[in-house]
Design a protein around this ligand. Structure first.
Ligand code: AMP
Length: 477
């Protein structure tokens, strides 16, 4: 029998990035930006600022609001800053891998933060090590800094152009240098990177960059658009320049950003996430209708799709699972006897809403199936007569190598089981996944601009080292 394991630390590359140029409170604003991007990574965060020609960098394990006290922010002076928030393992190695990375090299002082996953980082790193480079961390971001340092190009922008062309995979990068910030996005545009403008204290306009537009809302910046796939943007005293550093490639925006990862109040790849999610729910109701009394979301990830499902089906929406938002890493389980709280720590059912009801439970995705099974059991033991599980995306059958934390192939329940077997495993009365065609329709992907590899197994880039990438998932997963 298929027995998936609990969700553990997976591929450690889910992240949020932020950059700001020319604001006297650059670090404070970066802090606010990261605060809004906290959902993209909760294990470590960091900010690097530059004052004259000194880079100040502070990074630590934990949540943004706990790391950046007034004293810490006071130690990050300067008008330009970048920031990063990251999902990663605990312990020393995790702190070594926390970003931004900051170095002094022949191109000057540079700090970098990265969202994504460089699929040829292993080869590049081995090649660099053979030629004498020394690495401090295991993160692929360090590879980029080595490539920049070794480039014969004299300017940072020139060296970056050369370095970026050697990278394969997903990267939305923000660099901080002495007199400029440089940001870049991979030619396929896997991960988002938006830019905006805000008024500076003197009335002039400054530029900001962030993984998601919800970071702009908090600091009163206006979203202007996205850094284009294959584009490098430089902001300096002379203003902003945009250039294409790579040949045009097919776009491959990560559809999972719309399904789950981004905040619903963000505009991602030029499209409001909330709109996609409601549409996902509407289409799910059309494809997998069932007679029921209430529609219940798995909070928070299933809420928008459940609303769409409820509107389309005409069945009332009820928040019958309540989430405790304050569950953190610091929770200490009091004794052996009452261990294994599992999902109860996070979710609690509202019994009087569920008792005797036929329930449609809506969640955004089903990866290992373990959480879903616990939730189905919870809803049933709170008195539900029937539990119909609806998932607002297709079955996840392939691991992601472009920056989403999915487990190894062996642990993806849909890679190894039919829908009927999964239904039995999660103990639902019925189970319905959204079709790929409807997913495409919900994100309005008319020009084939999205990556669906986790649902199809068709990876949009050549993965010559796929065995190595799979093995890394096995090790971490
Ligand atoms: P499970 O049923 O154990 O596969 O867990 C599914 C739950 O995990 C869903 O509620 C998703 O919202 C959530 N989930 C899916 N992918 C991820 C991810 N990459 N990072 C964090 N949570 C995720």
């Amino acid at each position: 029998m298929f027995e998936p394991t609990e969700r553990q630390d997976g591929f450690h590359d889910e992240c949020g990035v932020f950059a700001i140029y020319g604001h006297p409170e650059a670090a404070n604003l970066t802090y606010l930006g990261l605060y809004a991007l906290q959902h993209r990574g909760q294990e470590s965060a960091g900010i690097a600022s530059i004052d004259g020609n000194t880079i100040h960098c502070h990074k630590s394990m934990g949540h943004v609001a706990d790391i950046f006290t007034p004293e810490v922010l006071g130690s990050l002076p300067g008008d330009h800053a970048i920031g990063h928030t990251r999902y990663s393992t605990t312990g020393d190695t995790a702190l070594l891998n926390a970003q931004p990375f900051s170095v002094a090299c022949n191109k000057g002082k540079v700090a970098v933060a990265h969202n994504g996953n460089i699929t040829n980082a292993g080869e590049l790193r081995r090649e660099l090590e053979r030629e004498g480079s020394i690495f401090q961390a295991s993160s692929d971001t360090e590879v980029i800094l080595h490539l920049v340092a070794r480039s014969r190009e004299r300017t940072l922008a020139g060296a970056l152009r050369e370095a970026l062309l050697q990278l394969e995979g997903a990267f939305s990068l923000v660099f901080l240098a002495e007199d400029r910030i440089i940001v870049a996005r991979d030619p396929h545009g896997f991960r988002p990177l938006a830019f905006g403008q805000m008024e500076l204290p003197g009335g002039a306009l400054g530029y900001v960059f962030a993984s998601e537009t919800c970071a702009f809302d908090l600091i009163n910046a206006v979203y202007l658009g996205d850094v284009e796939p294959g584009e490098m943007v430089i902001v300096s005293r002379e203003g902003m320049t945009r250039e294409r550093y790579a040949p045009i490639r097919d776009h491959a925006h990560c559809v999972f950003e719309h399904v789950y990862f981004s905040r619903p109040d963000s505009i991602v790849f030029g499209r409001p996430v909330e709109e996609s999610r409601e549409k996902l729910g509407r289409l799910l109701a059309r494809e997998h209708a069932v007679e029921a009394d209430i529609i219940v979301p798995v909070p928070d990830s299933g809420v928008a799709a459940a609303l769409g499902y409820a509107e389309e089906s005409g069945i009332p929406f009820r928040q019958a699972l309540i989430r405790n938002h304050y569950v953190g890493r610091t929770f200490i389980e009091p004794s052996q006897a009452i261990r294994d709280f599992g999902v109860k720590l996070k979710l609690n059912p509202v019994r009087h809403l569920l008792e005797g009801k036929r329930v449609v439970l809506v969640d955004d995705s089903l990866v290992r199936g373990t959480t879903s099974r616990k939730i189905v059991r919870m809803v049933r033991s709170a008195g539900a007569r029937e539990v119909h599980l609806r998932i607002s995306c297709p079955p996840t059958i392939s691991p992601c190598f472009y920056g989403v934390d999915t487990p190894s192939l062996a642990e993806l329940i849909a890679a190894n089981n039919t829908v009927e077997e999964i239904r039995r495993f999660v103990e639902a009365d019925t189970l319905g996944y959204l079709s790929l065609a409807s997913l495409r329709e919900a994100v309005e992907d008319r020009n084939h601009d999205y990556c669906y590899a986790c649902y199809t197994g068709n990876y949009p880039t050549d993965l010559v080292n796929i065995q190595e990438l799979m093995a890394a998932k096995d090790r971490h997963g």
